[in-house]
Design a protein around this ligand. Structure first.
Ligand code: NAD
Length: 328
């Protein structure tokens, strides 16, 4: 069997090679994302895998069909850049990787919360100016005295609940769904109670119409003055202008953000500081704000899992065995 993998990063190559060897599959890796310009390269292969970042038009599926390809294994959760029906019309089964390592994102959220709770950014800022003092404004809270509010308790929220619970914090959650297996780690509550009671508020919902700007002027006003907001999910869950205002007015104590609503213009790219959005610049200059460029997922296990799950699906679909990750 021969599979062509598009959009392969150097960090992914060893995992793909090791899977290929174990499964006795020949794999060609190329760095470019699958597109109508390079879809012809599938000629002579049995299967295809790619990231799903670039929108794909129908021509791609036509080309895949022409060369006898029956599947496309996307190595991420989102398939919003695929035309699922068009792919189906051309006999292409698309699979995604819905869960690759919830712990990776959960651990990053907790790490950022601890950094902010212990005011490490404030100390770093002071010490960079030769100020080695501490005072009443930098006194911290211990995590086991905190109430942590999770908005969304699916795979990542659930893993986050288990980590905070293990650290001794009280965990409360707002989620319209219910998962009995998470009951030992947290209590379900309504959004208002969560906003008012939590010392750390951590976001883990998908971006939906019901969750867009779920953190806005009104919700920030309900939070405690010592509250820390953590967003490991999607930038658009937070009204950034409202967040900047709340931080400037000391209405909340800090924010840890792995995602921003305008991140697509600069995350993952080299940019001059003058070119990055003003909202980012304002947030970045606050010692009580921590921003990472959407890398909460970026661990060895997550990369290995996403490669292996996608390639196993590719192989199984080619062999007619199906997959539970089929999305069309
Ligand atoms: P999931 O589908 O397992 O869980 C999402 C949860 O949100 C569900 O339990 C759902 O009921 C809940 N939810 C839906 N609407 C809600 C609402 N209005 N209020 C409260 N809860 C609501 O998803 P997941 O795997 O836990 O991922 C969550 C999100 O994390 C993803 O949608 C994605 O945006 C983000 N994510 C970020 C990274 C990163 O690297 N930063 C990586 C992967 C995923």
């Amino acid at each position: 069997m021969k599979i062509i993998c598009y959009a392969v990063l150097p960090v992914e190559k060893p995992y793909i090679s090791s899977w290929a060897e174990k499964n006795k599959v020949e794999i060609k890796m190329i760095p470019e994302e699958l597109s109508s310009n390079n879809a012809y390269l599938v000629k002579g292969f049995d299967g295809v895998s790619s990231e799903g970042i670039t929108p794909v038009d129908e021509k791609v599926y036509e080309t895949l069909e022409k060369h006898g390809i029956k599947q496309l294994a996307i190595r991420q959760v989102g398939v919003d850049n695929q035309d699922l029906q068009a792919a189906k019309n051309h006999g292409i089964t698309i699979t995604n990787v819905a869960v690759y390592s919830p712990r990776a994102i959960a651990e990053m959220g907790v790490t950022q919360a601890m950094y902010l709770l212990r005011k490490i950014g404030v100390y770093k800022n002071r010490m960079s100016q030769n100020d080695y003092t501490w005072d009443e404004s930098t006194i911290s809270t211990e995590i086991f005295n905190c109430t942590v509010g999770l908005i969304g308790a699916g795979h990542i929220g659930g893993a986050t609940a288990q980590i905070y619970h293990a650290l001794g914090a009280k965990v409360i959650t707002h989620d319209p769904g219910y998962d009995a297996s998470l009951e030992p780690y947290m209590d379900y509550t309504d959004l208002d109670t969560l906003l008012k009671k939590s010392d750390i508020i951590s976001l883990h919902t998908p971006l939906l119409e019901s969750t867009r700007n779920i953190i806005n002027y009104e919700s920030l006003k309900k939070m405690k003055h010592n509250a820390i907001l953590i967003n490991m999910a999607r930038g658009e869950l937070v009204d950034t202008k409202a967040l900047i205002k709340a931080l400037k007015n000391k209405e909340i104590a800090g924010a840890g953000l792995d995602t921003l609503s305008d991140e697509i213009t600069f995350f993952g790219k080299h940019k001059n500081y003058a070119q990055v959005p003003n909202d980012y610049q304002q947030l970045n200059e606050m010692p009580n704000v921590l921003i990472t460029p959407h890398i909460a997922f970026f661990t060895k296990l997550a990369i290995q899992n996403s490669m292996e799950i996608a390639l196993n699906d590719a192989k199984n679909v080619i062999l007619g065995k199906g997959s539970r990750n089929i999305v069309n």
